[in-house]
Design a protein around this ligand. Structure first.
Ligand code: PSU
Ligand code: MN
Length: 337
């Protein structure tokens, strides 16, 4: 059996081979708007997608670069192949080289934060743009390259001032319409975690914690608990792989959210984090930060206010998520063989 992604290159020549891509992703492939690295195209190993807004807008330089390289190494050490996705040379690039990762990490100041709604604009500007893709745009790239699992630190969600600002991350809607399983440590409590879970239910996204002890407690990024429960729990990688497999077989075309709590030894102090978050939120209100700037602003302020502490937790949880994601990808591949 030939891995399906091998057909991607042929798709350019033979549109008739198209079987499972959604309309939109077909177009990315057919209109040559996506550039899949040779390794990602031809490997027979399982793949794990990685986002790049976390590199360009989520972490300070050079921590962003170190994180991106280390996370790829963790994925490889578990027997999977990493595919970091970003916007480079006028295309969505799936599977960045080390040099390309270095480029976006170093040029983070000029990089555009690209979510679904930004894609028409950046494509129209072509090679002038370099950009980090958010969870939403990364899901689109991963799906086009037939990658089923995508690992990140935290996703966007419903903001605390939602009733005023209507600020809901496009990440949530992407999860509703793109069949990629996103592994994260939940959402930071800069957001309203309860409303985020309610909203995911409304738009039909299956959410599960990944907890060996069977707990459904939804994590809050820096700490393992949020006070909110997910509907389901996967207690091992086989359970998680079966959930993803079942989701894909339904043809519902929705994504999945797997929430992996930060390992206890790396969890941050609740009080330190909560006070940093409330300071950062106040500053954002004072400075009238709105739209796509809100999340990067809050992330930067929290990193600054808590100094080393939150960064250390951040790195530890991302590496743990990468390990879990790669293990699930390996298990999922066994299921489909
Ligand atoms: N949350 C984090 N770290 C991040 C992000 C969110 O803890 O780096 C990034 C991700 O790329 C996510 C994006 O997709 O921010 C969401 O931005 P917004 O809230 O503007 O939708
Ligand atoms: Mn927003």
């Amino acid at each position: 059996k030939i891995p399906y992604r091998h057909f991607l290159t042929r798709l350019n020549y033979s549109p008739k081979l198209n079987r499972t891509f959604s309309q939109e992703c077909n177009k990315l492939v057919h209109n040559n708007l996506i550039d899949i690295s040779d390794e990602v195209k031809w490997t027979s190993k399982p793949l794990v997608a990685l986002e790049s807004t976390i590199i360009t807008h989520g972490l300070p330089y050079p921590t962003n670069l170190e994180m991106a390289i280390e996370v790829e190494d963790v994925v490889r050490s578990e027997g999977a192949v990493p595919a970091t996705i970003a916007f480079l040379n006028g295309k969505l690039k799936v599977g960045l080289s080390k040099n390309e990762i270095q480029t976006i990490a170093e040029r983070h100041k000029e990089a555009v934060k690209i979510s679904r709604r930004d894609l028409p604009y950046v494509y129209s500007k072509g090679t002038k743009i370099i950009g980090g893709t958010t969870v939403s745009a990364t899901c689109i790239g991963a799906h086009a390259a037939n990658i089923k699992i995508f690992c990140t630190g935290g996703i966007g969600g419903v903001h605390r001032d939602f009733t005023e600002s209507m600020d809901v991350s496009a990440d949530l809607h992407e999860l509703a319409k793109t069949p990629v399983a996103v592994v994260s440590s939940g959402v930071k409590s800069i957001l309203d975690i309860g409303k985020t879970l309610e909203y995911l239910e409304t738009i039909g996204v299956c959410v599960s914690t990944f907890n060996h002890d069977g707990s459904k407690e939804f994590p809050s990024f820096f700490t393992a608990k949020s006070g909110f429960q997910a509907p389901y729990n996967c207690s091992n990688v086989t359970d998680a792989a079966r959930l993803i497999d079942a989701n894909l077989k339904t043809g519902l075309n929705s994504g999945l959210l797997l929430a992996v709590p930060i390992p206890a030894e790396f969890a941050a102090d609740d009080d330190v984090i909560n006070s940093a978050i409330s300071d950062a939120l106040q500053e954002a209100t004072l400075l009238e930060i709105t739209g796509k700037k809100v999340t990067p602003f809050l992330l930067e302020r929290i990193n600054k206010i808590t100094k080393g502490a939150s960064l250390r937790s951040n790195l530890a949880l991302i590496k743990n998520n990468a390990k879990v994601s790669a293990q699930i990808a390996v298990e999922l591949q066994k299921l489909s063989n």
